[in-house]
Every structure is written in structure tokens, then in C-alpha cells.
Design a protein around this ligand. Structure first.
Ligand code: FAD
Length: 300
């Protein structure tokens, strides 16, 4: 089934690996092998690899830094197209433009060094630019929607590159137009920033990083906050009040440091994590009548 596609990738000089463990490409360090893991070096080869895989009838998944996904223990039957090699960043006046695979934390540092303010909140979010736009990532009072000017994405349905601006991104809490059209592969994003004082920006970013280190279990693999924040409640507080801090199923454990995180304390399987998620959801619902919704995306 993959023979022709592999021939295409080889002829087109697009790097790939067969039977690549998803666990190597996710911050949870969980997930079985995928059939093919493709790492295009530029937007054109990403588009070609994507179009050709779909033409061959193969399942496809676009992956950024894997910091918000949980792949199954069986892995992924299909082609994962990673943006990891698409990492250019440039600054023109007040606008910072980055390829989808650029690190979100790195672009915050580039903005700081250029004396531009607006991306401080991104510092310490361990995702890619594409993943951050897809999720409308945010922290400490800031989010992508506050400063995203435009993005470009390849739409395999029309075969065109689509440019989306401002409110057309349909941003909401941890959602965007891309979440509603997951077949689109984000290629780049431009952020409109404001001139700021470099030292003030640096100090604020360091403060944010310090708060992350104090509150989050950064020493363990995880995918950050597992659940979205429900209206009028704090997940961590409810989980803690129910005595679930430290509760574990297999290698998956509710973090002792931050009850909103599930950590892989060693050898956790996706099944352990999913069972722990179900247990937390059921316990919270029974006690508070609150339905928890996952922020982490489970991929089968
Ligand atoms: C320790 C830790 C702390 C975190 N803190 C925060 C936080 O403060 N705030 C926050 O919002 N999140 C946080 N997260 C979660 C995560 O880092 C963000 O959601 C991040 O934006 C995900 O980016 P990614 O590149 O890792 O996306 P991935 O996990 O690779 O993918 C997430 C989704 O985006 C899609 N996607 C990725 N790239 C593209 C693309 N180029 N085109 C189309 N679709 C794409 C994927 O298909 C998938 O559906 C944290 C995670 C960890 C592990």
C-alpha cells in the first residue's frame, strides 16, 4: 500500500521514517508507531507530501511539536506529516512572521530581542506556531487571537493556499477555524506586535517562566492542562478537593504539583492516561455536576 508513496517521497527527496514511534514526537512520550513519519523541509514539499498521501488514499495527520496530543498505544495507521523542519522566523517592522513548525517559545524570544511586545505569554508554551494557532494557545492573560494578524494554510480539498486574516480565524477558547477544518495544514503565521522596552519584556517573560517552573511539573512528560477550564470552576481545585492529587493508574498520575496536569511518571500507556481521564471526569461529575471537556487531543 505504501510502496508507491515511499517511491514518491524518495524521488522528491522528502525525508521520512517508517514505523516511527509517536512517543518520540510527543511531550507525553506516549504512543505506538506510525506507518510513516514525514518531515518536509519547506512548504512546497509539505504540500506535495500531503497531496500525494491523500491521493493514495492514506490517512494523514499534521503534527506540530506534539505537546497537546495523545497517540494511541497502537500508534497511527497512516502518514504523520510533521512541521518540525519548517522553522523560519522573520521580523518586518512590527510584524513577526514564522513558519508553522517554529517554536512558539522561540518566536517570543525573537520578538523580545527585536523590542516587540505582545508575545510574552507564549514564552514557555512548548508548542509550534501552527499548533498554537490551531489551539488558540494562551497563558497568563494573553492568547494567539490577541496578536495574530494573518495565517496561511494549504487546503487539500481545494488544492489552494488560503490566507486567513484577523476575525476570520473564528477564535474562541482553545479553538480556531483550523480546529473546525482540521484537514488544512497551517504553513505560516504573522503576528502584529507593538514596540516595547526590551528589558521590561525580558523581565515579564522571566517572571512567567518562573511561575511555570513553580507551579507546573515540568520535570515529567505531560501534555499540559488536560481539561479545558469549565465556566465558573477551576479544574485543579476540584481535583484537589476530591483527593485525586497523586492518584495514579499504571504510569499515568495526577500531578502532585498541579492537579490539572496528568504526568507520565514512567512507562505510562495511552490507555492508562485515558482511564485516568475517565476516572477524573466521573468523580468530578458525581461531586460537582460539572462535565469536564478534554483540551488534550486523543488521536487513534
Ligand atoms: C508543560 C506544558 C505546558 C503547556 N502550557 C500551555 C499553556 O500555558 N497554554 C496553552 O494554550 N497550551 C499549553 N500547553 C499545550 C500545548 O503546548 C499547546 O496547545 C500548543 O499550542 C500545541 O502546539 P503543538 O505544536 O505541540 O501542537 P500538536 O500537539 O502537535 O498538535 C495539536 C493540534 O494542532 C494540530 N496542528 C499542529 N500543527 C498544525 C499545523 N501546522 N497545521 C494544522 N494543524 C496543526 C494538530 O493536528 C493537533 O490537532 C502546554 C503543554 C505542556 C506539555
Amino acid at each position: 500500500m505504501y510502496k508507491k508513496y515511499i517511491e514518491f517521497l524518495s524521488d522528491a527527496d522528502i525525508p521520512f521514517c517508517e514505523n516511527e514511534p509517536c512517543s518520540k514526537h510527543t511531550s507525553f512520550r506516549i504512543g505506538g508507531p506510525c506507518d510513516l513519519f514525514v518531515t518536509p523541509e519547506d512548504a512546497n514539499s509539505l504540500r506535495d507530501a500531503y497531496v500525494e498521501a491523500r491521493r493514495a488514499g492514506l490517512s494523514t495527520y499534521i503534527l506540530g511539536k506534539g505537546s497537546n496530543v495523545l497517540f494511541s498505544d497502537d500508534g497511527y495507521s497512516g502518514v504523520i506529516i510533521s512541521t518540525e523542519r519548517l522553522s523560519d522566523v522573520s521580523v518586518d517592522g512590527n510584524v513577526l512572521t514564522a513558519d508553522a513548525g517554529a517554536s512558539f517559545t522561540h518566536i517570543a524570544a525573537v520578538a523580545r530581542d527585536a523590542g516587540l511586545s505582545g508575545l510574552e505569554f507564549a514564552y514557555g508554551i512548548p508548542g509550534s506556531v501552527g499548533g498554537a494557532v490551531f489551539m488558540n494557545a494562551g497563558a497568563y492573560g494573553g492568547q494567539v487571537s490577541d496578536c495574530l494578524e494573518s495565517s496561511t494554510a494549504f487546503d487539500p480539498l481545494s488544492g489552494h493556499i488560503i490566507r486567513t486574516e484577523g476575525s476570520d480565524h473564528l477564535f474562541g477558547y482553545r479553538t480556531s477555524v483550523y480546529k473546525k477544518n482540521p484537514e488544512r495544514a497551517i504553513l505560516s503565521a504573522s503576528f502584529e506586535l507593538k514596540p516595547g522596552n526590551k528589558e521590561d519584556i525580558r523581565a515579564y517573560m522571566e517572571d512567567i517562566m518562573g511561575r511555570r517552573r513553580d507551579k507546573q511539573p515540568l520535570e515529567f512528560p505531560s501534555a499540559g492542562s488536560v481539561f479545558k477550564r469549565p465556566e465558573g470552576h477551576f479544574v485543579g481545585q476540584m481535583v484537589e478537593e476530591l483527593g485525586l492529587k497523586g492518584y495514579a493508574i499504571g504510569g499515568a498520575q495526577v500531578s502532585e504539583k498541579h492537579a490539572g496536569f496528568i504526568i507520565n511518571r514512567g512507562g505510562a500507556t495511552a490507555d492508562d492516561v485515558l482511564r485516568l481521564i475517565d476516572h477524573i471526569k466521573a468523580t468530578v461529575y458525581a461531586a460537582y455536576g460539572v462535565v469536564l471537556e478534554c483540551e488534550v487531543i486523543s488521536v487513534k
